[in-house]
Design a protein around this ligand. Structure first.
Ligand code: SF4
Ligand code: ZN
Length: 311
């Protein structure tokens, strides 16, 4: 066992004794950069294998915003899929049209796909919905993330299908998932908390996978940083209106004072899922009566927006 304080105050890696760069509360251990990279990639591979996320010959479309989560996802998948099950990876970037934000992240996404030699598709809200997000949101800024999230999900699904993908992979991490649990609880929306949004492999809907769901935001940032892949980018100007920002700050504070909080929250979600299994709370998805996409009511959220924001 390596001493906890072998490098003048810097804890030692529990695997090799080198200076550590991160502490993992779940395993109560410190890791150096080399072992963190190995550990993150091994855990992503375990998530993908354990949940049977990738099948032989799959063409995986990574939703690449250019931010750190999707950057890490594309880097990891490019490494893991090299010769694994004959699967391949492409990247799709949605340009919502957000002044002062999207241009920088688009450039980062283009640079990364060039460096990795990954096929890259860029599609804009303007092409798909006739207007940029900035224009769509005039007077509705407080609803920014709701509107953006619905339209971006639709844009990514259509672009992935158009590019011949068989699976969509998004960069949602442990923090995102834990935030979603709390946000659904705050809204009293237990069905949404426990609903399986993966949509399975049947029918015309592409399955959506989250290979980073067990990796914390901090681990992802350090994973990129120790490999020289981290570049600070501007934050979306609409973030300040989002409930998620408040939940994120609250959870980050709790995690700092009580390490392991987010893991415990995810464990609570799994227990609630087990308790709800087979009960009416587990709503089944229907098809939208206007466009046929999956939805929980009669009309999907995109069609609802078509009648309001997009008209
Ligand atoms: Fe869209 Fe909100 Fe994300 Fe900005 S912060 S890109 S508005 S979801
Ligand atoms: Zn180490």
């Amino acid at each position: 066992m390596y001493g906890p304080d072998a490098h003048g105050g810097i804890p030692a890696c529990s695997c090799c004794g080198e200076p550590a760069v991160i502490f993992q509360p779940g395993k109560q251990r410190h890791l150096c950069g080399t072992h963190l990279v190995q550990d993150v990639e091994a855990r992503v591979a375990a998530t993908m294998k354990g949940e049977d996320q990738v099948r032989p010959g799959d063409r995986i479309a990574v939703g690449l915003s250019g931010g750190k989560d999707s950057t890490a996802l594309l880097v990891i998948l490019s490494r893991l899929l090299d010769g694994w099950k004959g699967a391949s990876v492409i990247a799709i970037t949605i340009d919502e049209g957000i002044a002062g934000y999207r241009a920088d992240t688009l450039r980062a996404a283009e640079a990364l796909t060039r460096q990795l030699g990954v096929e890259h598709h860029i599609i804009s809200f303007c092409d798909l919905f006739g207007r940029d997000l900035d224009a769509l949101l005039q007077g509705r800024e407080t609803q920014a993330c709701t509107i953006c999230g619905i339209l971006r999900k639709k844009a990514l699904a259509d672009a992935a299908r158009g590019a011949g993908a068989t699976v969509i992979a998004t960069g949602h991490n442990l923090d995102d998932e834990a935030q979603s649990v709390l946000m659904n609880a705050f809204r009293g929306d237990i069905p949404r908390m426990v609903r399986n949004t993966g949509t399975g492999r049947s029918g015309r809907f592409l399955p959506r996978i989250k290979p980073l769901a067990a990796i914390s935001e901090k681990e992802i940032a350090v994973y990129l940083f120790v490999q020289g892949l981290f570049s600070p980018l501007p934050e979306c100007p609409y973030t300040r209106y989002a409930l998620r920002s408040e939940v994120r700050a609250m959870l980050a504070g709790l995690e700092c004072r009580h390490p392991g909080t987010m893991l415990h929250l995810m464990e609570s979600k799994r227990k609630i899922e087990r308790m709800c299994a087979g009960t009416p709370v587990m709503e089944h998805l229907h098809r939208c009566r206007e466009c046929g996409d999956p939805c929980s009511g009669e009309i999907c959220q995109v069609c609802r927006l078509r009648h309001s924001v997009l008209e």
